[in-house]
Design a protein around this ligand. Structure first.
Ligand code: FAD
Length: 535
């Protein structure tokens, strides 16, 4: 039994099949050094692929899984190395006749699994790889749609219908497991700690408040579904993105990401609640609706070549985004000068989780709202820092938020000032994640650069010294972004989406030329104003 995601006992068809009638079961997890070991060149603590928070979350999930397996008479066998090499060695050395693992649609696993499956088939080993990470099998939906993924949520819902397993109870517990067989000459370790992986000296400050593991996932699930009224009335996008002490949504995403929680079990628990209340919300806004969004993105991602890129991605608008690394760094490092945006980016770095609308705001700000930076760059930052980072969902939402796919109303931009203020006029969220602004009066907390110097001095926060001035002016930057997107959309329409490299380059050059002219004009204006003042 090869664990990768699906780090759970409940509703785990691969584990169930592996143990049925078996004399021995070898539950294996391979620690891939690329994913786990420190990369000192990365922009934040962590490996080349994941931030430290997500690595820690994964290790906690493995410890929990190991404990559960031990209670059932088994244990987790932890290896370190390139996963396909280790797996093939295991298959060679042990007397294995069945290899079981959850099917994974991510390109990384598709390539990895191909290697392992090829070996297994030449060695005459049966492979059982069921789809249990999602509600539906993305391949089935694509097939029902004539070989293409549905591109709207509504068409997805129509094709998907009710899941086949919806009304029969899922197996949620096991009474025992077959013991682990002889492991031969293998060196097997316990789940490593972050320190053992080479991370030293990272204190509490970098710690996400969310602990990994199936036990924690089930506890959190219970807490959510016990409040039947809350579940029945759940309506996204309502809900306060600034609520950090008690988040407005379930925070089950990291558990779904690693499969500590089965999305199917979650779905069944929700339908149980719905069956016991008079009235409840429905997709797309309900909680079941959220799970269906997850499946929607999995399906489109699975059926769309180059889903994680602009180039060669047939559902992605071709837009000449800028490659301004200074703006990107200001965004990533929470130095945009807009406290609402910066506080969200601090929450991302420290917690690895933010509310959905908070993600909307920062993704819009980086791309089509203010900075016009490529969505792939923002996606990479999220991919590293989120504890729930998920290939299909993250790319899908960045395509959405940058108006590159799914959603095209580029004139609707989140204000980095008034949006957060609606929910949290006092700025408590900002004060928590940006303590440098904790004494700023509420009148100025969303726009501290407008505070008179006396107020800044009293608040012990001088703009430009203790906290940055805005790196862009929202009013003019958002206008510019809309204009550029308008031109890019027109080009896409004219060429029916077939925009060439040269076409994009020309448009980018045009935008840059206009920007240079504009900044030259502003410079001249400044010089003239200065001269007039001096004379
Ligand atoms: P709840 O509202 O309680 O929803 C329950 C579950 O439904 C979530 O755990 C999640 O699995 C699913 N879900 C909710 N919203 C969405 C959505 N918009 N799309 C797909 N599935 C959804 N979510 C991730 O899990 N991983 C990511 O890498 C990720 N990247 C994102 C990037 C951007 C730019 C944006 C705007 C959103 C992203 N999301 C991502 C979607 C969403 O923000 C999170 O799933 C949600 O905030 C997680 O919190 P929750 O578990 O409390 O959600």
């Amino acid at each position: 039994m090869w664990f990768r995601k699906g780090l759970r006992i409940h509703d785990n068809p691969a584990l169930e099949y592996a143990s049925k009638g078996a004399k021995f079961v070898y539950p294996v997890f391979v620690v891939d050094p690329h994913y786990m070991e420190p990369d000192p060149t990365a922009f934040s603590p962590g490996s080349s692929r994941a931030g430290l928070n997500r690595i820690r979350f994964l290790l906690e999930s493995l410890v929990d899984l190991d404990l559960s397996l031990k209670k059932l008479g088994s244990r987790l066998l932890v290896f370190k190395g390139e996963p396909s090499e280790i797996l093939i060695r295991c298959l060679q050395e042990w007397d294995v006749n069945k290899l079981c693992f959850e099917y994974d649609t991510d390109p990384y696993y598709q390539a990895l699994d191909m290697k392992v499956k090829d070996y297994a088939s030449t060695a005459g080993i049966e492979v059982f790889s069921p789809v249990s990470h999602t509600l539906f099998n993305p391949a089935d939906i694509i097939q029902k749609n004539g070989g293409k993924p549905p591109l709207t949520y509504q068409s997805f819902l129509k094709l998907a219908g009710q899941p086949s397993w919806a009304s029969s109870p899922l197996p949620v517990s096991l009474s025992s497991l077959p013991p682990v067989g002889d492991v031969g000459n293998f060196e097997i370790s316990e789940v490593p700690t972050v320190e053992e992986l080479g991370y030293k000296g990272y204190g509490q400050e970098e710690l996400s408040p969310f602990r990994g593991g199936e036990s924690e996932a089930l506890k959190k699930l219970r807490e959510s579904i016990n409040d039947k009224e809350w579940v029945a009335n759940f309506e996204k996008p309502k809900g306060d993105p600034s609520a950090y002490l008690t988040p407005a949504t379930t925070v089950l995403s990291p558990y779904l990401k690693f499969g500590c929680l089965s999305s199917r079990y979650f779905y069944q628990c929700l339908t149980d609640v719905y069956n016991n209340v008079k009235k409840h919300t429905a997709p797309p806004v309900s909680l079941v609706g959220q799970l269906l969004w997850r499946d929607f993105f999995y399906t489109v991602a699975f059926g769309t070549p180059n889903f994680d890129r602009m180039k060669g991605n047939r559902i992605c608008k071709q837009i000449p985004w800028s490659n301004d690394d200074e703006l990107l760094a200001a965004w990533r490092e929470a130095r945009t000068g807009y406290p609402w945006i910066d506080a969200i980016m601090v929450q991302l770095r420290k917690w690895g989780w933010m509310h959905h609308l908070a993600r909307h705001c920062v993704a819009c700000f980086l791309t089509r709202g203010d900075m016009f930076v490529h969505w792939e760059k923002g996606r990479d930052v999220f991919d590293r820092l989120l504890i729930d980072s998920d290939w299909a969902i993250n790319n899908g939402n960045w395509l959405w938020l940058s108006c590159s796919s799914f959603f095209y109303q580029y004139n609707r931009i989140y204000s980095p000032v008034s949006f957060g203020k609606k929910y949290d006029p006092n700025g408590n969220y900002i004060r928590h994640f940006l303590p440098v602004l904790k004494d700023m009066p509420k009148e100025y907390i969303y726009e501290p650069w407008t505070a008179p110097l006396t107020i800044q001095t009293r608040a012990k926060c001088i703009i430009g010294r203790d906290y940055p001035a805005p790196v862009v002016s929202h009013d003019s930057a958002s206008k510019e972004c809309k204009r550029k997107l308008g031109e890019a959309y027109a080009l896409n329409q004219k060429l029916n989406g077939q925009v060439s490299e040269d076409g994009l380059k020309n448009l980018r050059r045009k935008f840059e030329g206009e920007e240079n002219q504009e900044s030259g004009r502003r410079q001249k204006q400044k010089t003239l104003t200065g001269w007039l003042k001096d004379h």
